[in-house]
Write a new protein. Structure first.
Length: 281
């Protein structure tokens, strides 16, 4: 079972999605389940996890509606206002949806220290009673604080998105590599192989450009804590969907069959609790 553990849907609006700049103009349009169904079928991917791309409860409701209507969407990583006094009530309502599997906040856009605020950590603690994972979306410069964050919550399941966005375009490995190895020492943290092509030069990257970063992640976390993700449709600015799937398969081909199955679907199934949804496919 191949699980794409990271993709997005949206009805494009230039105000809501103002981060899509002119260099990314190719994705300035709607991307909805029928579009993704075509892409995954071509790439022999079985199921997906939808991740928020707009920080609003309306976005989370929208993703859950899509998951309810389309069986190939096994889970949703939504957004809730973790720093709000209403977070418990929001989680109570949203937690009634079986396909809500996790929560994410765009920490990469927050000032230094935001993730260590007591209000944020209080909201994060509210996830565990609902069995929800937390996706960490950060840039390389925030890795040290992310390590401190996960140390505060040793029982919480964490998933690092986009390998913490190292400076691939500049060809830099440090301090990212050392900090990734340190973060990986925490067994409650897993890492998505996603978002690499958009941290590289969109037009000049090659498989060898990305290989040192991929190998560092797999060696640090081990296949049992690495998840394949496409970051579709964002990936389309630099790479076709099926090309990224093929490349990940090539990267992991040297591993054992069990290790390949973990990265391509088993880890996502475990950390997001997808077993019952996959049985229904």
């Amino acid at each position: 079972m191949i699980v794409d553990a990271h993709h997005h849907f949206w009805r494009y609006d230039p105000v809501q999605y103002d981060w899509i700049d002119d260099e990314m103009a190719v994705i300035r349009r709607d991307f909805l389940p029928d579009d993704l169904r075509v892409a995954i079928r071509s790439a022999c991917v079985d199921t997906v996890v939808s991740v928020e791309a707009r920080q609003s409860l309306a976005e989370t409701d929208f993703l859950l509606e899509q998951a309810q209507s389309h069986a190939f969407i096994a889970g949703v990583v939504g957004w809730v206002p973790l720093v709000s006094p209403t977070v418990a009530a929001d989680l109570e309502r949203l937690g009634a949806h079986a396909k809500l599997k996790g929560v994410r906040h765009v920490l990469q856009g927050e000032p230094d220290g935001y993730m260590l605020r007591e209000e944020f950590n209080r909201g994060l603690r509210a996830l565990r009673p609902h069995g929800l994972a937390y996706d960490i979306l950060i840039c390389e410069r925030q890795l040290a604080q992310a390590i401190e964050l996960v140390d505060r919550h040793p029982e919480q399941v964490f998933v690092l998105d986009h390998i913490a966005k190292p400076r691939i375009r500049a060809g830099e490995m440090e301090p990212w590599r050392a900090q990734i190895r340190e973060l990986a020492r925490r067994p409650h943290v897993s890492c998505k192989l996603s978002g690499l092509v958009t941290e590289a030069d969109y037009h000049a990257w090659t498989p060898e450009t990305l290989r040192p970063y991929v190998e560092t992640v797999i060696e640090s976390f081990g296949p049992a804590r690495v998840l394949f993700g496409s970051d579709w449709p964002v990936c389309l600015v630099a790479c076709a969907y099926d090309a990224w799937v093929t490349l990940v398969r090539e990267y992991v081909a040297r591993l054992s069959a069990d290790e390949q199955r973990a990265i391509l679907g088993g880890t996502a199934t475990r950390v997001y609790g997808l077993a019952s949804e996959l049985e229904a496919l």
